[in-house]
Structure formats: C-alpha cells, structure tokens
Ligand binder design. Sequence first.
Ligand SMILES: Nc1ncnc2c1ncn2[C@@H]1O[C@H](COP(=O)(O)OP(=O)(O)OP(=O)(O)O)[C@@H](O)[C@H]1O
Ligand SMILES: Cc1ncc(CO)c(N)n1
Ligand SMILES: [Mg+2]
Length: 716
Amino acid sequence: MIADLSLYLVTDPDLCGERGVVETVRQAVDGGVRIVQLRDKTATDAETTAQLLELSRVIDGRALLVVNDRLDAALAARKQGARVDGVHLGQGDASVLRAREALGPEALIGLTANNADHFEAVRALPPGTVDYLGVGVIRPTTTKPDHPPALGVEGFRALVEATALPCVAIGGVAIDDTERLRDAGAAGLAVVSALCAAADPTATAEAFVRRWRAAGTPRVLSIAGSDPSGGAGIQADLKSIAAHGGYGMAALTALTAQNTTGVSGLHVPLAAFLRQQLDAISDDIVVDAVKIGMLANADVIRTVAEWLDVVRPPIVVLDPVMVATSGDRLLDQDAEAALRELLRRAHVVTPNLEELAVLAGRSISGWADALAAAEELSAMIGAAVLVKGGHLDGDDVPDALVDVARGVRREFPGTRIRTANTHGTGCSLSSALATRLARGETPVDAVASTRSWLRESLRESEGLQVGRGHGPINHFAGLWARGGVETNRAPEEIRAEWWQRTAAVRASIDELPFIRGLADGTLARDPFLFYLAQDALYLREYARVLAEASRLAPTPREQAFWAHSAEGAIIGELELHASWLTPDEGVDASTFAASPAPATVAYLDHLRSVAFGGDYAELIAAVLPCFWLYTDLGRRLHAGEFGDYARDPRHPYATWLATYADPAFEDATDQAITLVADAAAIAAPTARDRMLRAFEVSSAHELAFFAAPFASAVSA
Ligand SMILES: Nc1ncnc2c1ncn2[C@@H]1O[C@H](COP(=O)(O)OP(=O)(O)OP(=O)(O)O)[C@@H](O)[C@H]1O
Ligand SMILES: Cc1ncc(CO)c(N)n1
Ligand SMILES: [Mg+2]
C-alpha cells in the first residue's frame, strides 16, 4: 500500500508539554494527521516500546505509526500487539537494509535526505528498501538544533526533482508554505512544533489539511456499479468528480444492463476481483476521497469494508443505494444488515427518504420526522447524514446535513425543478460531495456548492436528449455555459491555422489591378491618390482603435505595445500628408479633403464595434490583419515577387513601395501576432471563435480596401 504522507506529525516531548505526547497525537489525528512519528531522543528502548503501545491504541488505525530510529523498540512493540507501521531513520541511524529485513516488505521505512550526496546514496540502494524520504530543513528551526543549512522551498524543489520516491518536507514548515511546497513536489508536510505546541492540535491539524487539500487536485475513487447508459453509477460519478475538479477513479462492484427506462440485467463479478481492483489502486495511488455507491450483495460489502479497514481513506462518502429511480432493486434484501455495518466506516452517508427509513429501522412520516430519523442514524454510526428530500411530495425538495457528534444540523431549502431527468441524481450528488470535501471545503460549504451545481445540472438536462425515460442530468452544464471545455491550444498552431484562413483573401489581393499596377508602375495617378487619401483617413481612426486596445490591455507590456502602435499609425498618417497628399506634389485640394469611401467606413465600423464591445482579445484579433497582411504584401513586393520595381529608376511608386518594407513595422507585426496567438491559445473555445471571426472579417475588409480604388462607384 502506498502511504498517505500528506500531514505527518513528528512528536517532541518537550513541546507537547503537560498535555503529553499521547494526548497530543490523539487530538492531531482527530484533526486529520495521516502519519505519526514517535521521536524521543532521550527515552530508553523500554520506554519507547511502551509509548508505541499506547500510541497504537489511541491512533486505532486512523493514521500510520512509525518510530524514529528505534528499530528494536518497534519490533518489541509489534510483538506485544501494537500496530507499528515502520521506522524513520536518519543518515547516522541504523541501516535501512537491516530495518527492511527485520520489519518485512510491508513495513514503511523512511529515510532523512538533506543534500545531493544523500540522494545519490539512496539511488544505490536496492529498489524497495526505502519508501519515502524526509527532506529538509525547509526553514531554520529550533526543534533540531544540529540541523543542516535551510533549503527553502526552491532548494527542496531542486533536491526532490531527481527522485521517484515520495518526499516529505520537514523542518520549520509553516502553514503558509503549503501551496509552494506542494507545487515543489512535496508528498506531504512534516510538522513538529506547529502541532506539538499548538493550543488546539485538532483545529491546527484541520487547518493544515484544508490548505493541503485546496492546493492540489484530489484523487477521488468511486466504488460503484456500472450504468452503461451513462447517467448513474460510476459513469455519473466520474463525470461529477471531473466537473468539480477532481481526478476520478472507479472500481466496479457490479455491471448493470440499464438505460433511462430501467434495469434489464445484472452481473456481479467475484468479490475477490473487486478486491484486486481496489488493491491495484491503493498499492500505487494515494486516495484522497472515496465515494461508495451500488454494492449488490453482502460479499461485496464485506470486501469493501475490509479494504477500507486497511487503507482508511480520510474521506468516505457512502450513498446507501438500494433501489434505482426506476424502482429496480440494486442491493439484495439480505445485504441490508451488512450495509449497516459498513456505515460505521463512512464519514458522510447520503440516504434518500426510503433508505433512511430502512437504515434507521423505522418508518418516517414527513420532513421533520426525516430530520429526527437522520439524527438517530447519525448518532448510531458516528458520521454525518445528508438526508435527501427528492422523494417528498410537493414543490419543496429540501436536503439536510446532520452530524450529532460535531453539532451540525443544517437544512438546505429548495424548490422542485420541473424535469423528468432525475436518473442518477443521488450518484452524482455523493461523488460531487466527496470531491468537494477532498478539495478542502467544510461539510456545510461542500453540500451547499454541490447542491447549487446539481440544480443547474438538473435545469439544463433537457438539452441532452438522452433516452425516453428518466434522463440524466447535465453534469457539465455550468462549465459549458461559461465558455465550454477549457482546452488550451498551442499558440504556434493558432498562428499557422489563422494564417491559412487568410489564404483566399491574400490570393485575391494579389490579383487586384490596384496591386498589380502599383507593383509594375502602370497604376494611374488617380486611383493611387484615392488609395492614399483613404489610407490617411483609415489610419487616423485605426490609431484610436489601437489606443482602445492599449486601454484594455491586461499587462503594462501589452499596454505599451498598442500605445506605441497607435502612435505609429498617427505618424504614418502625418507622413502620408507631408509627402504625398500636399498640393506641391500636384495633388488637388479635393483629394486632401476626401471623405471616407464605403470600404473605409465599413472597415472602421467593424473595428469600432469590436473596440467598443470591450473584449480585449477580440479587439486585438480584429486589428491584426492590418499588421499581418500589409507586412506580408510589403515583404513580397520588396522581394520582387511582383516585378523588380526597386531596380527601375523610372518606377513612379518606388519610394512609396519602399515604405512597405520597414523592418520596425515587421517587428511590430511579429509582436502583434504573438500577443494575439497567446491570447487565443488560452481563451475558452467560444471566445477563441469570436476572436477568429473578428480576424477574418478584418481580413475581408483589407481586401475590399485594396479593391476600392477600382470599385465602380469610386472611379466614376
Ligand atoms: N426535481 C428536482 N428538483 C430539484 N432537486 C431535486 C429534484 N429531484 C431530486 N433533487 C435533488 O437531487 C438529490 C437526490 O435526491 P433524491 O432524494 O432523489 O435521491 P436518490 O433517490 O438517492 O436519487 P437516485 O434516484 O438518483 O438514487 C437531492 O439533493 C435532491 O434534493
Ligand atoms: C449502477 C447504478 N448505481 C446506482 C444507481 C442509482 O441511481 C443506478 N441506477 N445504477
Ligand atoms: Mg439514490
């Protein structure tokens, strides 16, 4: 079995003070400590053995127990019936090889490793000798006066990168280090003074556990039956777990042949095979939470109970499935007694009204009575009960969370959603709840957020169009509504795809008489001046649109880039006037005072509507073609793709065409493409589609703009 090292308590008799080590451990384990290391440098072996016996009793299988250094004390305590899972050895302590031989292959053996040499030495050991490493110290600490230099979080990261063994961060670890240490690759936090010296070790451990959970992706296991139609059972569980940000796993208790109208067949594999599935998971993966659903028969229930007793997952949500929405039985009647036994291993049980009546052993009349029955059940099993009101008559469907031992009694009111699509609501609810708890939410918060998700999923179920009976809920309704599945794409891929999208526009631009005539010098003066005048009008407004992009930019760098581009557009406009659109160039005043042509108006209207829509990503996509298509055309003109104008001293537009190949503008274009592709890469799919549409519309306007000098209405 792989050890859950997430919160690791190392005891210190001085820091535990009058409360004592044993009582401190009991309280810390109540709060969620998963492994305890008894560490007492001054005790004799006999005293250590006695302490291990006592600790083993108070821990009672809820956490692992190891002892620092004292292999002989561990062996002696084991002989006297204590559950001692292993030893933790320092570099100077007894040999890990000897410990492995003495304690056997199942024992948990940890080793301290503080520097690269230690890691090198671990690599030389036979595989399977050491199970985890304690790596530190993270910060200077007084609990270990002879400690090596502090590593800090980055030093920890650098050391553990090179090993496949789980590494626990130890030494001066504070709760605010949680996220950074988990990110740096820590398999857990080892805490000494923060817990031993805490006024309330339970509350402190709970705080550490919540922070640890919130900092990672929970690994959530569903132990349930299969519903091939996908609305209930493990299929619903995996969807729910994913919808709440967990990593879903599933061990199958049974296979049903089932659809939205009912169950037509049932196959229950041998219980031994279920055990094999469960062991395959727990041998390799730390299970942060378990959801239990359909259990089929007493054999299956006993198998699950035995596995739970070994692994002791920190969160177990049990949905006592007995009958499907369709009315079909999913649990043997004679298995109900066995199920009652299993309830004691759960932290939350989620019965509907009928199931609550069976489990509480009495009939229930009305909601108030259901709450009373839930309290009886909670007291009986020592766990929280979430009683579900889906089967009540009438428009109200309340749920209630009751936990007698922890003083919780909370009702969640709700009105009935008009839908027949309630297949699998119970499965979906319990696995979502397990995931929420595994993310570090409090039980009341987890129920509240699960319910609001479930209601949205029920409301949006109609659109799925699955089956003719009680259809499934839409597990991803909320995610899809908020912009679809977040699938990031590579910016390079977007750059290539968008460029491909402009191929037809670019080919058409290349064929325009305006471009051809400009390149070979045969273009008449009037369409040329028409183009320049429209370009000047365009640039003035384009500069304002770029300024808007600057205003909306999320980073100073992008803000500066667009502001700089806006300035460039204005300078471009002024230069146009200075060098081309002045009377001494023989341009008549009416050209200088031209009003915008339809193509100019249309292009600018498009840009302004996107700009004032307020969406930065869409706006920068819309302004991009003016950079990209223009630079591309200029580069190809300059390269002589349309004829070698540069070498011809009589070419009338040579000086104008030279301005097309400005290296600074090419550089700006490359930056603009990068900014747009980066934004599109991380945009939600619908937002990315809007960006592409704005980009394509602008590209089409570029074509129309180049075509305008020869459009009939203008040349007339
Ligand atoms: N029509 C509805 N509108 C709103 N909430 C509902 C509706 N039907 C069920 N729920 C909610 O769905 C959850 C499941 O409740 P229910 O009492 O139906 O459990 P269940 O019988 O175990 O479900 P299942 O039949 O899927 O096993 C509860 O939170 C309940 O309040
Ligand atoms: C496999 C399976 N588990 C649970 C339920 C309860 O809805 C169901 N219908 N099917
Ligand atoms: Mg149910």
